[in-house]
Design a protein around this ligand. Structure first.
Ligand code: SF4
Length: 412
């Protein structure tokens, strides 16, 4: 009895101390296992809490994830895929690279289509394939010949990387394309999008693609109007992958891109014609934010001089320095950013509009007679310009602007 009396105050003291400590811990936001309260600070506004979040959670806010999951899932997902594929089967444009599963042809079309309109690519694609029908032929060609065939498409770095990649495939892969997106991604000039496009279309690998068109469709489908935020790039890729029809991955990817290119277009989406309208949260009602124009305007003067002497007709061209970052080593008409003074009215021939990356040029083309009397200011010295036989021009790389002018003059 005496012992029990002695033990009771001790027990009461211990319980009291523990309760006090617990209260302090709860105030501080800590949890003791035995009370079931959090050991991790639970003040969501604290810096500690944010620092402890896994990185993936930062990239994928819970709101967007929930939204994505509720948009198309379960049975709806099968219906969504069927609707899109059916529409694609019935409405896709007839394009030459859609008739093939040859990875070389698919790769070529994907590289040509980067930053370039479909209409501008079709003829170049056919002509390029006539000259280089397979990866071995491309690998064996000189860089000059490849650039000549690319001439007019612009962004010539693509052609150089294409050539480099063809050589690597010929030398390190026996002339065969790797059959999966990971190995394709390791090749020069092949990014995540292109690797996924080739792997899914040529080899049926179930891997989604995201280009500008797909991104726009997905942002509209899940409804930035309601969440108030755009999906992040990792969320876009994950969402594209979750929608992918794995039975026809190549067709599904092309269907998504085709939808963005022909129906869910940037300015006025054609929602009444959209095959996936019932799953679209925004139905085209997306606040449009026009990016500020980065285009610059410039004027240049070009001298077009040609002659029909003995032998074949010739035109005078200069070669751009090889160390330039823009179109190095390509041939063009002598040009200047200043107008010759005086500029006789008889020297003017025609004016062209031409855009290169972010610059819109107004190009004044001056005729033959001018160079003899009034040379272009700051133009390369005449000694550096060369008379090039017109029938040699298909074999040398000329700039798109020069091609445009020579064609307009009926010279090529
Ligand atoms: S319903 Fe309209 S906005 Fe939505 S995906 Fe289709 S075309 Fe785009």
């Amino acid at each position: 009895m005496f012992t029990r009396v002695l033990r009771l105050p001790g027990f009461i003291i211990i319980v009291g101390v523990l309760a006090a400590v617990n209260r302090l811990c709860v105030k501080a936001g800590l949890r003791f296992a035995w009370t079931g309260q959090s050991l991790i600070p639970h003040n969501s506004g604290s810096r500690y809490n944010h620092a402890m979040r896994p990185r993936i959670a930062v990239e994928s806010p819970p709101l967007s994830r929930a939204w994505i999951n509720s948009t198309v899932s379960g049975k709806d997902l099968s219906r969504f895929r069927r609707a899109l594929l059916l529409w694609y089967d019935q409405h896709r444009r007839d394009l030459p690279w859609r008739e093939t599963r040859d990875p070389y042809r698919i790769w070529l079309s994907e590289i040509m289509l980067q930053q370039t309109r479909v209409a501008a690519v079709v003829d170049h694609y056919r002509n390029f394939l006539e000259r280089f029908p397979n990866v071995q032929a491309l690998a064996a060609a000189s860089e000059e010949a490849v650039l000549a065939a690319w001439s007019g498409l612009g962004y010539y770095r693509r052609a150089r990387m294409l050539h480099q990649c063809a050589r690597q495939i010929a030398e390190q892969h026996g002339g065969f394309f790797p059959r999966n997106s990971e190995a394709l991604f390791a090749l020069p000039g092949i990014g995540r999008y292109t690797a996924a496009a080739i792997a899914s279309i040529a080899f049926a690998e179930p891997v989604a693609v995201v280009d500008g068109n797909v991104e726009r469709v997905l942002q509209r489908l899940v409804g930035i109007k309601f969440t108030g935020v755009n999906l992040t790039t990792p969320q876009i890729w994950r969402h594209a992958q979750s929608l992918l029809a794995t039975s026809r991955p190549g067709d599904f990817n092309q269907a998504m891109m085709e939808l963005g290119a022909t129906v869910c277009v940037p300015r006025e989406p054609r929602c009444p014609l959209c095959p996936v309208r019932e799953w679209c949260v925004t139905q085209g009602e997306v606040p449009r934010v026009e990016p500020p124009s980065r285009q610059k305007k410039k004027q240049i003067w070009c001298a077009l001089e040609w002659r029909n002497g003995s032998g074949s007709a010739k035109v005078r061209l200069v070669q751009r320095p090889k160390e330039l970052s823009l179109m190095p080593g390509m041939w063009e008409l002598p040009q200047s950013s200043e107008s010759p003074r005086p500029l006789p009215a008889s020297a003017r021939w025609r004016t062209f509009r031409h855009s290169i990356t972010i610059t819109d040029y107004t190009v004044h083309v001056l005729r033959n007679t001018l160079l003899r009397n009034t040379p272009l200011p700051n133009a390369p010295p005449a000694a550096k310009a060369k008379w090039i036989a017109i029938d040699r021009i298909p074999q040398i790389p000329i700039t798109g602007l020069t091609r445009k002018i020579l064609k307009a003059g009926g010279i090529i």
